[in-house]
Design a protein around this ligand. Sequence first.
Ligand code: GLY
Length: 365
Amino acid sequence: MNNRYETIDNTEAVISTAPVSFISYGNSFLFELQSYFDEHFTKDTHFVILDDNNTHNYCLNLLTKIIDNYCVDIITIEACENDKTIDTVISIWNKLLEYHCDRKTVMLLLGGGIVCDTGGFAASTFKRGISYISIPTTLLAQTDAAWGGKNGVNFNNIKNQIGLFNNPNLIAVNTSFLKTLPERQLKSGMAEIIKHAIIGDKSIFKYIEQTPKDDEYYKKLLIKSIAVKKSVIDVDFKENGKRKILNFGHTIGHAIEAAMLNKITHGEAIRLGMIATIKISSEYFDFDINKYSKYIKIIEDNNSPTINKDDISLIMKIMKDDKKNYNGNINFVLMKDIEDMVIDVPVSEDKIIKSLEFLTDYANK
Ligand code: GLY
C-alpha cells in the first residue's frame, strides 16, 4: 500500500535551541540579569520563583533588587533527594494554578539540582510548557545539572526515571552563591568537574589545584568545565550517542546514590562510580590503574561516605533497573585513556561486582 508518509525523513528534528547563558558574580551578575529582563520582559510579566529552604534563606535576597520590580509569587520546596518525586511536581502544579499562572508566566528556578530538575519538569509540562529560567546555586548545578535540558524526577527508587529534555530560556550562573555552600556541597560539585576533565579536557586538572578559590577562580573553572558539557550537548541534545559520555561513572554512581539515599551526595556517589569504572576500564583495555591514580587522587576524600560489601546486592539490583540499560545489558561508558571514552560497552555482572568489591577495599584503605 502506498504510504503517504514514506518520504518523511527519519532524522530527528532540532527540538530545542541552546539557551542564552552567562557566568558572572557580584554586581555584574545583577547587571547582566537586569539587562536580560529589560530586553525580554515587561513590568507586567508574572514570575514564579521556585526555590528551596536553603536558597530561600541565603540566595533570594541577592535577587530582590531585580524581582521587586515585577509581579512575583514564590514556591518553596525541600532540597532533599527523596523529595525529587512526582508528588513534589504535583504540589508545584497546584501552586501554579493557585497563582493563576498562564502560558506567559515565567518560572525562575533558584536552587541546586533538585530545584532545577523538578522545576524544569513542572515548567515544561504545565499547560504544555511555560518558559523558565535557571539560576543554579550549587557548584553541581552550575557545572552540570542546569545545562543540557534534562529534567524530571525519581520514580520507584530509580534516579531520573520520569522526565524530558527541554532547555530553559536563560541559564544565569552567579558564582557568589557558592559562598553560601558547605564544603561538602562544593566537593560534590567538584566530582562532576573532574568528570568533565576526564572525558574532555585534562587541562582542568591543573586548574583545579590553583588558589585562591575566589569568585574569579570558580568563574574560570566553570567556563572550562561547562565548555566540555556544551561541546557534547550541542551535538547530541537527546543522548542518542555522544552525550552518553556524560554518564561516565554514573551507571554505578547512580545505583550507589539510590542505595544510600540521603546518606551520600550526588558527587560523592559519582566519585565512587568513577573509581569503579576506571577499575573496569583498566581490565577491559588492559592498562595499569596506577597510571590514573593521580586523577583518582583528586577525587579522593577521607571523609566521604563509602560502600560496604553488604551494600553490593542492593546496588546491583538498582543497576539492573537503570534506564541506561539496553537489550538486557548493563551498559557502561568506559575509559581507554583520558579524553578517550567508549560508549555502550556491556559489562558482565561478575565484572561489575568485582569493581564494587575493589571499591570497598580501595575506599576503606
Ligand atoms: N548529567 C549528564 C547529562 O546531562 O547528560
